[in-house]
Design a binder for this molecule. Structure first.
Ligand code: UFG
Length: 316
């Protein structure tokens, strides 16, 4: 196939671009490098620098589909600057859908998020559980999911939304390089790397087994593989939503424990107040994607941490 990968210079988009190339596909990356890195784009992919709004200059009938990663994705930033999220994530994707419709590219795999569920009433979360996002990031992704449903029903788009839970680990030379880094695992690993004294634990009074938040960590290698399955499986006129998580939940303290095990470093931790907007527990049911596409996660939390640690050490 010949897919366009928007956001293919970012962490997850670059890993998917690599796997597509390894599977023999022809890959074109569109990325404005606002948060991505030019050197993330894998050798063998054609690179076009530009915003998603410029997809019209790239896409034509020869493309088989679009994998759409390009987005803003920081919860706290979205609360401070919601307009940036509505513009990039919603307006950008609506423009992309318009271009795809105009040129007749009718297959889309979209990066959605567990943040659409807000504070879920039960875990594991299923795709038909209520959506009630509590921040503009989750709202913007949910708005796009709804737009894709309409596009599929009205205009025959073959759409798949993948709702990511907590993605980590590295694939080859591709790992997390966010600035600032807000995610738990890379932040914890800064301690054994000698770049921080201690990790901060945000909130120790949640109704969970040790008082810290529970999250579902999925390896970027496993997560990326689901995109190739979704691209192949997308059906005209249907929009299917799949959760992408391991199905297992770990507390923040358990993640810190994994980092201690993997690195052999004591990793001091300092308890802090809750971080605004954090739901106590987010764990996926991945039953639907397992049944429909045969996807299952293969790499566990220690492997996620080990690969993130290898990446961080190599990056120094
Ligand atoms: N945490 C710490 N210390 C840190 C960093 C994080 O204790 O230094 C805690 C957070 O408070 C949270 C947990 O670790 O309880 C995980 O935090 P992350 O920032 O790694 O990830 P989130 O669960 O907040 O975010 C993820 C995705 C978002 C998505 C969100 C859904 O990265 O894109 O899940 O809630 F929106």
């Amino acid at each position: 196939m010949k897919p366009l990968v928007t956001g293919g210079a970012g962490y997850i988009g670059a890993v998917v671009a690599c796997q597509l190339l390894e599977a023999g596909h022809e890959v074109i990356v569109l990325d404005d490098l606002s948060t991505g890195h030019r050197d993330n784009v894998p050798d063998g992919a054609r690179f076009v620098e530009g915003r998603v709004q410029r997809a019209g200059e790239v896409l034509d009938r020869s493309f088989d589909g679009v994998l759409h990663f390009a987005a803003k994705s920081l919860v706290a930033e979205s609360v401070k600057r919601p307009e940036v999220y509505w513009d990039n994530n919603v307006v950008g994707t609506l423009d992309l859908l318009t271009v795809m419709r105009a040129v007749g590219v009718r297959r889309l795999v979209f990066s959605s998020t567990a943040a659409t569920y807000g504070q879920p009433e039960r875990t594991p979360i299923r795709e038909d559980d209520p959506n009630a996002p509590i921040n503009p990031y989750g709202q913007s992704k949910l708005a796009v999911d709804m737009a894709i449903t309409g596009e599929a029903h009205a205009h025959g788009l073959a759409g798949v939304s993948l709702r990511y839970f907590n993605v980590g680990g590295a694939y080859g030379r591709h790992g997390e390089r966010h600035n600032p880094e807000t995610h738990l695992i890379p932040n914890v690993l800064l301690v054994p790397a000698g770049r921080r004294e201690a990790v901060e634990i945000f909130g120790t009074d949640y109704p969970t087994r040790d008082g810290t938040c529970v999250r579902d960590y999925v390896h970027v290698t496993d997560l990326a593989r689901a995109h190739l399955l979704a691209l192949e499986a997308a059906e005209p006129g249907r929009h299917i939503i799949y959760n992408l998580g391991s199905g297992a939940g770990f507390t923040v303290r358990e993640v810190v424990g994994s980092c201690r095990r993997v690195t052999g470093h004591p990793v001091p931790a300092v308890d802090q107040p809750r971080r605004p907007g954090d739901p106590p527990s987010l764990v996926a049911s991945h039953h639907r994607i397992r049944e429909d596409l045969g996807w299952r996660p293969e790499l566990d939390l220690d492997r996620i941490v080990a690969d993130a640690w290898r990446f961080l050490q190599a990056a120094r």
